[in-house]
Design a protein around this ligand. Structure first.
Ligand code: PRT
Ligand code: ZN
Length: 284
């Protein structure tokens, strides 16, 4: 029994999807350029597909799960379950207006023409906001539509914003924030669900590791209590005596979000020789 996973054949999500599998310890037997690859140390089979086709293949159980952008997943509106956000391929689907025109915001779009590759999501957004505009679907180079007179505004993916800038457009309302996600067929067998669970367990361990750091420091014994109160750790900090009398080495795990504040407090409490080390995997 193998879990069939669909990932993008080439494009922005391809490398990171493969990298994720690799970091989960999954070794694939053939390189890119192929249609299919198998792992020799995990019950998984990888299919390389166009991202637009992945939601459909997952709904139809041609693939059991897929890695795809939320933008594509919600646009295709296929029956599949969102399992996990993966933290890469981040972008947003936004409206954008030509800089030198009177169009400024959503309500100005009534009666106008908007070019997009996301007609479903755009139509839904316009309807929710009671705007009646004509949607002109094009499959690529959406950003040039206003300058060639094909549309009055556009709705497209934005990440750094430089494509909009170089095409004389400015970003307006955000329709969707997106990142790569794992989606799954809704009726996976128990055996396949078990493999998926194993995979998400490994991904969780990577994600936790990424948002935490291992910290080591030296502290005078008199200050240990205060320092330990600042450092919760996974259970509680580890304390080891140093060769130098009256001093200890303290080890703990710190979340990235509170990292700098904790360092400040530790220094105030007399911590010295603070070392911060990345964590590769973290299983809590
Ligand atoms: O061949 P296939 O159909 O599989 O690939 P594709 O060409 O349709 O998709 P691809 O590889 O371009 O993108 C795959 C996925 O990456 C998208 O569905 C998003 O989920 C995600 N992603 C993240 C992006 C971007 N960032 C992004 N910036 N996809 C596209 N863009 C484009 C955007 O369309 C615009 O043209 O980049 C331009 C804007 O970028 P900035 O940085 O100038 O703002
Ligand atoms: Zn595509």
């Amino acid at each position: 029994m193998k879990l069939k996973i669909a990932i993008q054949k080439s494009g922005r999500l391809h490398e990171e999807s493969l990298h994720l599998l690799k970091k989960c310890g999954i070794r694939l037997n053939s390189g890119t350029g192929q249609l299919k690859a198998e792992a020799d140390n995990f019950p998984i089979e990888v299919f390389f597909l166009r991202d637009d086709d992945i939601p459909q293949y997952v709904e139809d159980a041609v693939a059991d799960i897929g890695i795809v952008g939320e933008n594509v997943f919600y646009e295709k509106n296929r029956k599949a379950k969102l399992i996990k956000k993966l933290g890469f391929g981040k972008c947003r689907l936004s409206l954008a207006y030509p800089k030198n025109k009177s169009l400024q915001r959503l309500q100005d779009l009534n009666g106008k023409r908007i070019a997009t590759s996301y007609p479903f999501l755009l139509a839904k957004f316009l309807k929710q906001n009671h705007v009646r505009a004509e949607i002109h679907e094009i499959s690529g180079s959406v950003e040039i539509a206003p300058s060639i007179g094909l549309a009055d505004a556009i709705c497209d993916l934005v990440s750094s914003g430089s494509t909009l800038l170089t095409n004389g457009l400015k970003e307006g309302e955000i329709i969707l924030q997106s990142e790569a996600v794992i989606v799954a067929n809704k009726t996976l067998s128990a055996a396949k669900q078990a493999i998926l669970k194993k995979l998400t367990f490994r991904i969780n361990a990577l994600q936790q590791a990424q948002s935490n750091k291992y910290i080591l420091l030296n502290a005078p014994n008199a200050k240990l209590e205060k320092i330990c109160a600042i450092l919760p750790g996974m259970k509680s900090p580890t304390i080891l005596p140093l060769a130098q009398k009256g001093w200890s080495s303290v080890h703990s795990v710190v979340n990235e979000n509170e990292f700098w504040e904790i360092i400040e407090e530790l220094k105030t409490q007399g911590a010295q020789g603070i070392l911060v080390v990345p964590i590769e995997k973290m299983i809590s």
